[in-house]
Design a protein around this ligand. Structure first.
Ligand code: GLA
Length: 749
C-alpha cells in the first residue's frame, strides 16, 4: 500500500511485513526516513531528519547549504552541489559542467506498475502491486526525474527505477544514472556480496563495514563471474533464521555498481545501478533515459527470509509465468564428453542411451556449425557443418524426436571469429577502437550488435537455423568479456552509450527469439555462470550455473547462487569422475543429489558409462521428478554451509503448504570418532506430524557406528512433530567416506 500523509509531507509504503518511509524536508528536499519492520503509524517520523541537531543542520532556516547537502539522507542523491557520498545522478550541462539539484515537484500513485521500456523487469500483473511516481526537477538544468517505487502487495519487496527527461532546450549528458538507493540502519554493519571467478562463481562473502565502502561491481560488459549485481547489508548478529537484513538486486546484465558506504556521521547509504565507468549518455531536448530496476528486500527474519522473498518475486513476477509450474526437461549435454568432436552417429548414440535411461532431451553443444573443430574458428557462421551432421540438422533432430526425445541446440550469437565467413564479409562488424586491433579472448571478438545491420545479420541466421528443425531448447552462450568497446560508425559523443546499448540489443534479440519461437526453453550461459543475473532470468527460466561441475565445488557455488536466485533457475548436471575441472573423485550418488538441487541433467558420455552407474540413472531421474516440483514452487532453506563449518553442507526445500520437504545433507569430509550430527530442519508446520525417510542402508552397512549409502533405497527414520524436527532436530548418522550425500524425505502424515 502507498500512502501520502499530507500533514507530514510523507510517503509511507507498506508491504505485509515492512514499512518504507520518505518525506520532504523544507517542502522540497526528498529524504529517507525509515526502511524496516512494518510501522502502524508515522506520527513524529520527520524528527528522524534531525534538522535541528548538530552536525546535521543546526540553523534550520539559514543553514549553510553544503553543510546540509553533505549529510542529508537523500532518497535519490546527486553530485556536484555538495553531496560528496556515492550518489545516483550526475549530469553535464551544455558547457560541460557537472552539477545537479533535485527538488520535489509532485507525485502520483497508480495501481499496477509502469513498465520500463526496452528493459527486463518485474511484472506487475493486475492486483499485485502499486506504484508511486515522484516527480523531481532541477530547474537550472531543465531536468525532470521520475522516481518510481513499485510496492508488491503480498511480498516484502520494493522495486525502484528512475526515468530522466531532458525538458530543457539544450543538450545534457548523463554521466551517472544509478537505479536507486538503500538507506539502511544496521547496528555494526556487515555486507554480503557474491564474489568469484570462472569456475568459482558467486561465493558468499561477508565482511564488516566500519568506515569507507564495500562494493560489488563489473566493468566487463556483462554482470560477470567475479561479482554479482547484488549486495546486502546486515547486522553482525544476523543469522540464517534471525536478525535484520536489507538486500538489493539489479535486474540488469551489463556493467553494474553496487556499493554500501558509511558517511562521516555514520549513516549507511547503499546504491545500485549501471556502472558509471565508461557510461556517458547524451540526452537531446525532449529525450528520456530509463534506468534498470533495482529490487529492495528487507527481512527481520534473517538471511533466509530475504532469500525466500527474492525467490518468490523472481519466480512469480520476473521469469515467464509458465515456468513456475511447467516441468523442465532432464537433459543430456554432449559438451564435457565430446567437446567439438562429434557427428550425427555419436549424437544418435547419446540419444539412444538417454532414452533407455528415461532422459527427456539431447542437447548438442558447441561445434556443429561452420567448420568448428576447435575454438579458433566459425563463430558467426550459423549454418550446419554437414561433415559432422551428415544429412543436416533436420535429419538428426527428426531421428532424436522419433525416439521420443526433445532436441536442444547451443549457440553463441554475440561473437565472431576472424576465421569465419562472416568476418571475411564484414571485418568491421566487431567492436574496435580507432587505430587499434581489438584483443581476442578465447580466439573470438564481440559483434557490435548495437548496429541494426549487425543485429539483423546475426539474428536472421539464428532464426533460420531454429526454423529448420523442431528445436525445443536453446543454450545461449557468451564466452568472453567485452574489450575495445568502440564503434567506427558512431559520433564521438555517443561512444559512452555503447555498453548499455549492447545490453539493450541483446535483450531485444532474446525477446525476438521468444516471440518467434514461443514454445522455446531458453537457457542462458556465459563461460559457465558469468551472466547469471535477474536481467537474463526475464528471458530464460534457467541459467548454466558454472562450468565447474565438481559436486563438491558446486556446494558453495549453488549456495551463493541460491542466496538470491530461485533454485529452479540453476542449471546443474552430473558429470564424470574424476571431475574434468578439479580431478576430484566424487560418488555418482552424490553428484546426482547435488545436481538435483537445480535443473537436472547429465553431461558425460552416457554411451560408455560404468554399467552399475548407468543402471542408477532411471532411479535418479525418477527421484528428480519428485523433488523438482518442490524445488520449483516451494521454499528454500539453507540449513548448514560447508563454507562455514568445513565439515558438511545441508539445505532443504519445502512445499508451500508444508506437507512435503526434501533435505539434502552432504558429508564433505569424514572424521573418525565423531557422533552423528544434529540437524535442525526449517520451514515445517510445527503442529503437524511428519514421516521421515532417508536413503541410507542403515543397519546393513553399519561399521563402527558409521553408515554407508546405498542407491535408491529409502528407510524410515521415524515419525516426528514438525516442532521436534525444527527445535530438537534429527541425528544424521556419521557416514563412511568423504563426499557422501543423504536425502531425507519429510512427508506430513
Ligand atoms: C562455455 C559453456 C560450456 C560449453 C562451452 C562450449 O564454456 O559454459 O558449457 O557450452 O562454452 O564452447
Amino acid at each position: 500500500m502507498i500512502q501520502y500523509v499530507e500533514g507530514q509531507q510523507l510517503f509511507h509504503l507498506t508491504t505485509p511485513g515492512t514499512s518504507y518511509i520518505c518525506a520532504l524536508a523544507d517542502g522540497e528536499w526528498l529524504g529517507h526516513l525509515y526502511y524496516g519492520s512494518k510501522l502502524a503509524d508515522t506520527t513524529g517520523m520527520e524528527s528522524a531528519f534531525r534538522l535541528n541537531e548538530f552536525p546535521y543542520s543546526p540553523k534550520v532556516n539559514e543553514r549553510d547549504k553544503v553543510r546540509f547537502m553533505q549529510v542529508f539522507p537523500f532518497e535519490y542523491s546527486f553530485l556536484g552541489t555538495g553531496d560528496y557520498r556515492e550518489s545516483c545522478l550526475s549530469v553535464e550541462n551544455e558547457h560541460g559542467q557537472s552539477g545537479v539539484e533535485l527538488k520535489y515537484v509532485s507525485h502520483e500513485i497508480i495501481p499496477g506498475k509502469i513498465v520500463p521500456a526496452e528493459l527486463p523487469h518485474t511484472r506487475g500483473e493486475e492486483g499485485c502491486c502499486d506504484t508511486l511516481d515522484i516527480l523531481m526537477r532541477d530547474d537550472v538544468l531543465g531536468l525532470e526525474v521520475h522516481l518510481m517505487y513499485t510496492v508488491y502487495r503480498d511480498l516484502d519487496v520494493i522495486v525502484k527505477s528512475a526515468r530522466i527527461i531532458n525538458s530543457s532546450d539544450a543538450p545534457r549528458t548523463l554521466t551517472r544514472v544509478l537505479s536507486g538507493q538503500l538507506n539502511a540502519r544496521p547496528d555494526f554493519a556487515q555486507v554480503l556480496t557474491l564474489h568469484g571467478s570462472w569456475g568459482r562463481e558467486r561465493t558468499i562473502t561477508r565482511q564488516n563495514l566500519e568506515t569507507g565502502s564495500v562494493s560489488a561491481e563489473s566493468i566487463r560488459g556483462v554482470s560477470s563471474a567475479e561479482d554479482s549485481p547484488f549486495l546486502a547489508v546486515l547486522s553482525r548478529e544476523t543469522t540464517q533464521t534471525a536478525g535484520e537484513i536489507w538486500g538489493m538486486s539489479l535486474v540488469y546484465s551489463g556493467n553494474f555498481l553496487a556499493k554500501a558506504q558509511i558517511d562521516q556521521v555514520g549513516q549507511l547509504r547503499g546504491v545500485i545501478g549501471i556502472h558509471p565507468e565508461g557510461f556517458s549518455w547524451p540526452l537531446a531536448p525532449g529525450e528520456a533515459f530509463q534506468s534498470p530496476e533495482a529490487v529492495l528486500v528487507y527481512s527481520d527474519s534473517g538471511i533466509g527470509g530475504m532469500t525466500r522473498t527474492f525467490h518468490d518475486l523472481y519466480r512469480e513476477h520476473l521469469i515467464e509465468k509458465r515456468w513456475l509450474t511447467q516441468d523442465r526437461p532432464v537433459l543430456v549435454n554432449n559438451w564435457e564428453a565430446t567437446m567439438m568432436n562429434f557427428d550425427t552417429d555419436i549424437l544418435i548414440g547419446f540419444a539412444k542411451s538417454a532414452k533407455e535411461a528415461g532422459i527427456d532431451m539431447l542437447v548438442m553443444d558447441d561445434g556443429w556449425f561452420g567448420h568448428r573443430d576447435d575454438d579458433t574458428s566459425s563463430l558467426g557462421d550459423w549454418f550446419v557443418d554437414e561433415k559432422k551432421l551428415k544429412g543436416g540438422l533436420k535429419r538428426l533432430v527428426d531421428e532424436v524426436n522419433a525416439m521420443g526425445l526433445k532436441f536442444g541446440l547451443w549457440v553463441e550469437p554475440e561473437m565472431i571469429c576472424e576465421d569465419s565467413e562472416l568476418f571475411r564479409a564484414h571485418p568491421d562488424w566487431r567492436f574496435q577502437l580507432s587505430g587499434r586491433k581489438p584483443g581476442a579472448l578465447r580466439q573470438q571478438y564481440v559483434l557490435d550488435i548495437t548496429r541494426p545491420e549487425v543485429w539483423e545479420g546475426v539474428y536472421s541466421q539464428i532464426k533460420a537455423v531454429l526454423s529448420s528443425a523442431p528445436i525445443s531448447y536453446v543454450k545461449w552462450d557468451m564466452n568472453r568479456y567485452l574489450s575495445d568497446v568502440g564503434s567506427l560508425e558512431r559520433e564521438p559523443g555517443c561512444q559512452g552509450q555503447l555498453l548499455h546499448r549492447y545490453v539493450l540489443a541483446l535483450y531485444r534479440m532474446q525477446a525476438q527469439l521468444l516471440e518467434d519461437f514461443p514454445e522455446l526453453l531458453l537457457e542462458n550461459c556465459s563461460s559457465g555462470g558469468a551472466r547469471f543475473d535477474a536481467g537474463m532470468l526475464f528471458y530464460s527460466p534457467q541459467i548454466w550455473t558454472s562450468d565447474d561441475t565438481d559436486a563438491i565445488e558446486r556446494l558453495s557455488i549453488q549456495e551463493g547462487t541460491a542466496l538470491v536466485f530461485p533454485v529452479s533457475t540453476m542449471g546443474a548436471h552430473v558429470s564424470v569422475s574424476p571431475n574434468q575441472q578439479t580431478g576430484r573423485e566424487v560418488p555418482f550418488n552424490t553428484r546426482a543429489k547435488v545436481a538435483m538441487a537445480g535443473t537436472f541433467g547429465y553431461e558425460l558420455d552416457i554411451r560408455n558409462m560404468d554399467p552399475e552407474e548407468k543402471a542408477q540413472i532411471p532411479g535418479q531421474v525418477a527421484l528428480f521428478r519428485k523433488i523438482h516440483p518442490v524445488n520449483r514452487e516451494g521454499d528454500y532453506y539453507r540449513i548448514a554451509s560447508f563454507r562455514e563449518n568445513h565439515s558438511y553442507d545441508c539445505w532443504m526445500v519445502v512445499q508451500k503448504d508444508r506437507s512435503l520437504a526434501y533435505m539434502t545433507y552432504v558429508q564433505v569430509l569424514a572424521a573418525p570418532n565423531r557422533p552423528g550430527i544434529r540437524v535442525r530442519m526449517q520451514g515445517l508446520d510445527p503442529d503437524a506430524v511428519y514421516e521421515v525417510n532417508c536413503d541410507y542402508q542403515g543397519a546393513m552397512a553399519a561399521r563402527n557406528g558409521e553408515m554407508s549409502i546405498g542407491p535408491e533405497t529409502s528407510q524410515s527414520v521415524g515419525r516426528f512433530h514438525g516442532d521436534t524436527l525444527m527445535k530438537a532436530g534429527i541425528i544424521v548418522p556419521r557416514v563412511r567416506g568423504d563426499y557422501q550425500a543423504l536425502l531425507y524425505e519429510v512427508r506430513r502424515v
